[in-house]
Design a binder for this molecule. Sequence first.
Ligand code: ATP
Ligand code: MN
Length: 481
Amino acid sequence: MKTSRMSVKELLQSEDCGKEVEVKGWVRTKRGNKQVNFIALNDGSTINNIQVVVDMEKVAEEVMKKVTTGAAVHVEGLLVESTGSGQAREIQAKEVIVTGEADPEKYPIQPKKHSLEFLREVAHLRFRTNIFGAVFRIRHAMAFAIHQYFNDHGFYYLHTPLITASDCEGAGEMFRVTTLDPKNPPLLEDGSVDFRQDFFGKSTNLTVSGQLEGELGAMSLGKIYTFGPTFRAENSNTTRHLSEFWMIEPEVAFNDLEDNMDLAEDFLKYLIRYALEHCMDDLLFLSKRLQEEEKDKKAEERSMELIEKLQFVLNHDFERVTYTEAIDILKNSKQNKNGKFQYPVTGWGVDLQSEHERYLVEKHFKKPVILTGYPKEIKAFYMKQNPDGKTVAAMDVLFPQIGEIIGGSQREEDYNKLVTRMQEVGIPVSAMSWYLDTRRFGSAEHSGFGLGFERLLLFVTGMGNIRDVIPFPRTPKNAEF
Ligand code: ATP
Ligand code: MN
């Protein structure tokens, strides 16, 4: 009978000691002597390796020579209780077959510490390191948890378009989508490009947000969420910005700003709790690595231990503060008075930079903060106007290490106010009449927000650069693989 193949994860938890098993995976390391070799084997199912013990009298030396780091192997043997490997189980090999060699002279991922910068250059192979195995298992778990949360709470998953003809989604520069010949586009009399001759008969772009279409769904289905890629052609080369990133955007009819804040807080806490309950092995690995990196820092400069940091967020109510209060705090802070901010806080009306957001969270309140009531000038046209005439019902959730993780608002449901605002900021009202129809017919208060998936992952994994939490990052001047 053919023994059935098991994953390393299953084998490490198996109660079937003494049984014949079969496993396939990649060699992480091999060590040993003339009598016995030990292979650490990993197949991606868990951060942990299974140790394969090879009696050198039983397996040809020729075969064992090819068992090098990165090689794919197929092992059959006896599952036994481990005495020394630090794991509960190991395999006494009866047969080892190398199905794919990895020439140690050429294979870039050797068993030593590689820098994250180097691994970014070989992103097609970085999955094979412990650290990226951990990050991408957590990425999967978080994606799954997001769908779980919304499904459990009665939300419908809505697929909004990636190609859009509206260029007023209000969230930054867009990438053009066109099939016109870049060298010789059809021109109008005035010399501008004639997009009527383009593929869609008009100028189109990649979406920067699914919100506007999401609102249309919410105004009938009640509660919807989107979860898809978004594209921003901003030239921001920071550790928190990608040109292609994934965003989760719930939108709920009849929710006001407070409901929206409650949803954001409950949702984030659910996701963090899910990570703690389902990804502990990977989190422990990442935590150890971070502590290793910080061991030369002074105690006060070290960041909070990863798991402690996640629990910390779970155990605290997010501080809900208005923009106006925040500006007061920032303006009067020692940091500001001593000129320690790169962008000094001069007064009401300025946009907050990430250094300000992090000051509020890390130094002042020492917990996540939800900022509301931003000046309407620095926020998108669709946000609900407050009675003061100056501010809008915006809410940004600010996290330690990250700054803004969520941006959201209650939406303006009043047709006239919305149109007036669109005219003020120069948005073509006629091109947006499909959007305005939600306010023309059965308008109701509604709210939503956008969570940057990779920003969430930065927080949960403790990774320092957003390029390291997405498999193939797209950033200015970089679209490799
Ligand atoms: P920021 O001010 O940090 O650039 P934003 O205000 O432009 O962000 P929103 O338009 O509010 O961002 O988008 C909602 C969420 O999407 C943000 O809170 C953030 O988590 C995420 N996000 C925005 N831009 C990016 C980006 N370029 N790369 C990755 N995530 C992003
Ligand atoms: Mn924002």
